[in-house]
Design a protein around this ligand. Structure first.
Ligand code: ADP
Ligand code: ZN
Length: 512
């Protein structure tokens, strides 16, 4: 359908002037008769994606929704917009249900909402067969997957809709972004080859920052000073950490309370209320804090410890700036945090361990990025970001300078080789910087010719150079139990040919 007609319908029935990103393409795909999977966060505007095509195609669109309690509200909302909508569920008496069925058969209903358990009823299936059914929308489609957070066995029967009405396009909708659930939805509903849309995960008012762990206390205080009196959550690694951090912050002039699942229920409730009312600005919390907390004006979310997964991280940072005003997400990262988590992961087994390992690795990758952090986060959720940089994360905002790093790069590569390509960047840097530490003496790395030959870069600087060399393919990184560096064939070739190298280095704070 022509874009102008769709916009006219949008204006006429919903009162909006513009589609949100993604909506128009999704609608057109439905109008082309194709199956689709639509992933958008809650509040992203999924309903419109099937409501508008329902108006445009005429006929009837069946909407499967698991929330009986909400069906009536949805239908009332549509009717008040002048859209013929009805629902069928167990709250209706037989007579009313029969009336709804008759008007659907008469072709005067555009959207018919029904609960999933209806689909297993033979009477309902026969009834569907008498309709001018143009599309089937399956809301909360993740309910079909055991991997989701809300599995409902009734949803499994929806696969039969596909067999009963093979020509009728299906649109499955969900806010659950994990790849596994998405694949499961497609497989269960038999939607292979369907169009997939993931959009609306961007939170453009949030700034993403990663700070190297060293000196984090001063950095944290500075952050909180900047936002004195505003609401902030500081996520900590353990229950004990939350209490220590809250006490320390309070004594340093930033009133804070601790929150974790080990506290008595009424303490937790009171803490939540005091935070929501703005009585206490800062909560030092474990990830137990936040579920169901709808506070629009949280201006800062700090991760004082490495999150376990990108998903968790995105959800936790997503609590900042619900009101759409600029807010900041800051993550403190140091390799020690990684080791702490690995310690726990080593206690796990099988699939769970593999998943935890991968998630941790993705988290570490995120921290080490030299490219746009938002781009990485959105990419993780399958939401493509136009252009390579958001202009609102520390990587994009960093001031850069082209620096000839030829000499230090040669030193770094030599040190990696001389130490046997068995060590991470921290150890290699310590050798180059000539640090007098036990491990170096034990390994006799203080006897190497590369010991102490760098004095124009510090540890953070060397880490940056190493990242640059990894990016250029001169160094390879093996992330085993302890991450180690090795020199690639290209790296050796570069050394042999006495190549030169310039990198665009950040001149503000370096990433970890
Ligand atoms: P979801 O089902 O994805 O959680 P909804 O479909 O309930 O989200 O939409 C969330 C809100 O966004 C609703 O108030 C809806 O009216 C509004 N909305 C949807 N599309 C648009 C649009 N194109 N322009 C403005 N508001 C919109
Ligand atoms: Zn960016």
């Amino acid at each position: 359908m022509a874009a102008t007609n769709l916009k006219a319908l949008l204006k006429r029935h919903f009162g909006y002037d513009e589609f949100r990103p993604g909506q128009e393409t999704i609608i057109n795909t439905a109008l082309d008769g194709r199956n689709s999977l639509v992933v958008m966060p809650t509040g992203g505007g999924k309903s419109l994606c099937y409501q508008l095509p329902a108006l445009a195609t005429g006929g009837l669109t069946l909407v499967i929704s698991p929330l009986i309690a909400l069906m009536k509200d949805q239908v009332d909302g549509l009717r008040s917009n002048g859209i013929a909508a009805e629902f069928l569920n167990s709250t209706l008496d037989n007579r009313t249900a029969a009336e709804v069925e008759r008007s659907a058969q008469a072709g005067v209903v555009r959207l018919l909402y029904a609960a999933p358990e209806r689909v297993s009823m033979p009477g309902f299936r026969r009834f569907l067969g008498t309709l001018d059914l143009r599309m089937i929308a399956i809301d909360e489609a993740h309910c079909i997957s055991e991997w989701g957070h809300d599995f409902r066995p009734d949803y499994r029967q929806l696969a039969e809709l596909r067999e009963l009405f093979p020509q009728t396009p299906i649109m499955a909708l969900t806010a659950t972004a994990t790849e596994r659930v998405r694949r499961d939805i497609v497989a269960q509903l038999g939607l292979d080859g369907c169009a997939e849309f993931v959009s609306g995960f961007d939170r453009s008012n949030l700034t993403y920052n990663v700070k190297p762990g060293a000196g984090s206390w001063e950095t944290l205080l500075a952050l909180l000073d900047e936002r004195k009196g505003q609401s902030a959550i500081v996520y900590c690694f353990s229950r004990k950490d939350t209490e220590e951090l809250a006490a320390r912050l309070t004594s340093d002039g930033h009133p804070a309370v601790a929150y974790h699942a080990g506290l008595a229920a009424d303490t937790r409730r009171r803490t939540q209320e005091r935070f929501i009312d703005g009585e206490v600005p800062i909560v030092a919390a474990t990830i137990a804090f936040g579920m169901g907390i709808d506070k629009p004006d949280i201006r800062l979310v700090v991760h004082h410890a490495l999150p376990k997964s990108i998903e968790g991280y995105y959800q936790e940072t997503g609590r900042a700036g619900r009101d759409g005003l600029p807010s900041e997400c800051v993550l403190f990262f140091n390799e020690g945090d990684r080791a702490k988590q690995e310690y726990f992961i080593r206690g796990m087994t099988g699939e769970a361990r593999a998943v935890a390992d991968r998630q941790l690795q993705q988290m570490v990758d995120y921290c080490r990025l030299n490219t746009c952090r938002r781009g990485y986060l959105l990419g993780y959720f399958g939401d493509a970001m136009a252009g390579g940089s958001c202009g609102n994360c520390d990587v994009c905002l960093a001031e850069r300078q082209s620096v000839d790093v030829t000499v230090v790069a040669q030193k770094l590569l030599s040190a990696v080789m001389r130490t046997g390509e068995r060590f991470g960047v921290a150890h290699v840097s310590d050798v180059l910087l000539g640090r007098n530490i036990k491990r170096i003496r034990e390994l006799e790395h203080d006897k190497l010719s590369v010991f102490g030959i760098v004095d124009d870069y510090d540890r953070d600087g060397l880490r940056l150079i190493a990242d640059g060399l990894v990016e250029r393919g001169l160094i390879g990184r093996a992330d085993g139990q302890y991450p180690t560096l090795g020199v690639t064939t290209d790296g050796r070739e570069w050394l042999r040919k006495r190549g030169s190298l310039t990198l665009d280095l950040r001149v503000d704070e370096p990433p970890p």
